[in-house]
Design a protein around this ligand. Structure first.
Ligand code: ZN
Length: 684
């Protein structure tokens, strides 16, 4: 494509069934944001589009789990997600939601046009059905063994383990996710998109046309699917949550979420265009528009096969120029998981690291899973902050600003004759916008972020070599030149850092008093970025060191989560041997009340208790000190095995045993009556 006239940049629509975490940010939203910000800074016409995906079986499933209506779920998580994006400076031009009227209309029209053009196959087929729940089972309503990789928890439409997309009827040993029942089959009518019909177009467009420009991981996946042979895919569902199928015989059915969701990009663009006085068609139907879809690797099939086939079949639309899907980000060696709470949630991060959005943006970019799965560790996060942002970028700016204020009351000094080192450094600075821009245009954001640090490194080294704080005692004229040069580098950093570190860039522009009047091209084109006699402001620290204890607290928080998960997944022990009723009657279990409690000296686990068990008040040593303090158990009703033979524990005779159970968080719980019972009552 010759230089595009405009860009349509889409970022995957997050599902509103939970908040978003660092994996989402690293995989999709930060790279897309860097791309969009860079294109705007270089004077391009950009529509950066996203929104919440509020349909699909995941939403009613979540609603059922929380005991509320689906509407409450989507409103709650749409709000949380939208706020997280705003908080992290994700600069969408529009963030919409698929429950909006404009989206329902757009998706309905899209389906109707394809229907009228005969682009679907209508077919009555046997689908999985749950008799008890009175419902057809597709997508997330059914789990079973993946026919491709053997993963036992595959969903009906896609396997989370190997990424394969399939039909629910392909699953081996399917089970209803609602009741756990083995499904029966029942006939129902659906509309299918005949992907096999589009195979030759996909081969030509991607396998022949995109071999050089698309990332090998994306290209490879597409090739393997196409080579395996494409089959018709149902684009409707028997569900009551979603966009109603807008044709005769469509009652009680909705559009498959993966049919309507990508159309959400179009409706979000419409919403934006109406507000901004633009023509949305320009961004979706003109050949001189460059469209790029930012997604995670689990969405490749939908963005590279199904959605393009829909756009092609519809007929009026352009196709994406690129789909730079990322691989997955892991957290401390384990796969990120919403259901297992194995994540760093964005809203929690901001509570624990207030105003440090850029640190996370940077750490995730510098370690982005661009070509393979990558691991986020808190240690690495700390190192990226302390060794790069603080020690290089922050240190350089701090020195420049402090010295300029100290020597010249914040006024940019008049330079004297340049030495070779000054000219070299100024020439090197001019190269950076081009170097960084090229990496961004090739979707190599990691590499681009390292070049940004290299620019700061150049400045830092220049000051360390020239040592103005020493030279000031010998040659004040030379120091004027050094500080003048260092100030030019600072101004370049303020501009070039914007796509990566928008908050820092804003702060730095404020300190240097340059606002937004410097453009990306100016860094290369202009010799003077900050002219002599320009007044800068007082400094403030751009970054601050993150201490070991802060990082340790985060690691501990994750370890606690791991413990909870282990407890939750603990295998329940098998039933013991059968006993006679007589055996049971030998156990004398009574209700008692704890009257006194104290720690047993030199032990961690033991409490010495005085318990009124009705018959008498006796001493019992119990291993509950890690779950309860002595104060909090006084007055507690408990179940006591009173005829257990007394035994000495740490020198104290224990006359009975208090019954306890393990909780999911690794602590203990009392077995107590649900109503007040007289001490001495027997459990029978
Ligand atoms: Zn699989």
């Amino acid at each position: 494509m010759s230089a595009p006239k405009r860009y349509t940049i889409t970022a995957a629509l997050p599902y509103t069934n939970g908040p978003i975490h660092i994996g989402h940010l690293a995989g999709v939203y930060v790279p897309a944001d860097i791309y969009a910000r860079y294109l705007r800074l270089t004077g391009n016409d950009v529509a950066y589009i996203s929104g919440s995906d509020e349909h699909g079986a995941a939403i009613p499933m979540r609603a059922k789990k929380e005991g509320v209506s689906p509407q409450i779920i989507i409103d709650k998580y749409h709000g949380i997600i939208k706020k997280s994006f705003e908080d992290f400076g994700i600069s969408f031009d529009n963030y919409s939601r698929t429950s909006s009227q404009i989206h329902h209309e757009t998706a309905s029209e899209f389906f109707t046009k394809m229907y009228n053009d005969g682009e679907f196959i209508e077919e009555v087929s046997a689908q999985l059905y749950d008799q008890e729940a009175n419902q057809f089972l597709a997508d997330r309503f059914v789990v079973g063994t993946c026919p491709k990789c053997g993963f036992e928890e595959s969903y009906g439409d896609q396997c989370e383990n190997c990424g394969t997309s399939h039909n629910a009827t392909d699953l081996i040993n399917p089970k209803s996710a609602i009741t756990g029942n083995i499904p029966t089959v029942k006939e129902t009518k659906h509309w299918f998109l005949p992907l096999d019909k589009h195979e030759s177009f996909l081969r030509e467009w991607i396998l022949e046309g995109k071999k050089k420009d698309w990332k090998p991981n994306v290209y490879g996946q597409v090739k393997s699917w196409v080579d395996d042979g494409l089959r018709p895919r149902a684009v409707t569902r028997d569900l009551d949550w979603g966009i109603p199928v807008p044709v005769k015989d469509g009652e009680g059915k909705v559009l498959y979420v993966w049919f309507d969701a990508p159309i959400g990009y179009i409706s979000s663009t419409k919403e934006w265009a109406a507000r901004e006085g633009k023509k949305w068609e320009d961004y979706w139907k003109k050949d001189d528009t460059k469209m790029v879809h930012f997604i995670g690797k689990d969405n490749i099939v939908f963005h590279c096969i199904i959605f393009p086939a829909m756009l092609k079949a519809h007929g009026d639309y352009i196709l994406p120029d690129n789909v730079p899907a990322n691989e997955f980000l892991n957290l401390e060696g384990n796969k990120l998981s919403t259901s297992k709470n194995w994540a760093v949630w964005l809203h929690e991060y901001l509570e624990e690291f207030p105003n440090q959005q850029d640190v996370l943006r940077y750490a995730l970019t510098a370690n982005a899973p661009e070509s393979k799965d990558n691991d986020f560790t808190w240690k690495d996060f700390q190192a990226k902050n302390n060794n790069e942002l603080v020690a290089i970028f922050g240190n350089f700016i701090n020195r420049v600003v402090v010295l300029t204020n100290k020597y010249y009351d914040g006024i940019v000094p008049t330079p004297n004759e340049f030495k070779e080192v000054d000219e070299d450094v100024l020439a090197a600075v001019k190269e950076f916008p081009n170097i960084i821009g090229k990496s961004i245009e090739r979707y190599r954001f990691r590499e681009a972020s390292q070049e940004l640090i290299n620019l700061a490194r150049l400045g830092n080294k220049y000051l360390a070599d020239e040592e103005p704080w020493k030279v000031i005692k010998l040659d004040t004229e030379r120091v004027q030149t050094i500080m003048y040069v260092a100030l030019q580098i600072s101004a370049a950093l303020a501009v070039v850092s914007e796509p990566f570190l928008p908050f820092t860039s804003g702060k730095l522009k404020g300190i240097l008093n340059v606002d937004d009047n410097l453009s990306w091209e100016d860094i290369t084109a202009k010799d003077i970025l900050l002219s002599k006699a320009h007044q800068i402001n007082k400094g403030e620290l751009l970054f601050s060191k993150i201490e070991d204890k802060t990082i340790e607290a985060q690691v501990e928080k994750l370890q606690a989560t791991k413990l909870v998960n282990e407890q939750a997944n603990k295998v329940v022990e098998a039933q013991k041997e059968t006993i006679d009723f007589e055996d049971f009657t030998k156990l004398d279990i009574r209700i008692g009340t704890i009257l006194e409690a104290e720690k047993v000296a030199k032990t961690k686990k033991l409490l010495k208790l005085k318990v009124d068990v009705g018959i008498d008040t006796r001493t019992i040593v119990s291993g509950i000190a890690e779950s309860f303090s002595p104060e909090e158990v006084i007055g507690q009703q408990v179940s006591v095995l009173v005829n257990l033979a007394p035994r000495k524990i740490r020198g104290v005779e224990s006359q009975g045993m208090i019954l306890m159970a393990d909780t999911t968080d690794g602590k203990l719980a009392f077995i107590e009556p649900t109503k007040k019972v007289k001490n001495g009552q027997q459990a029978s």
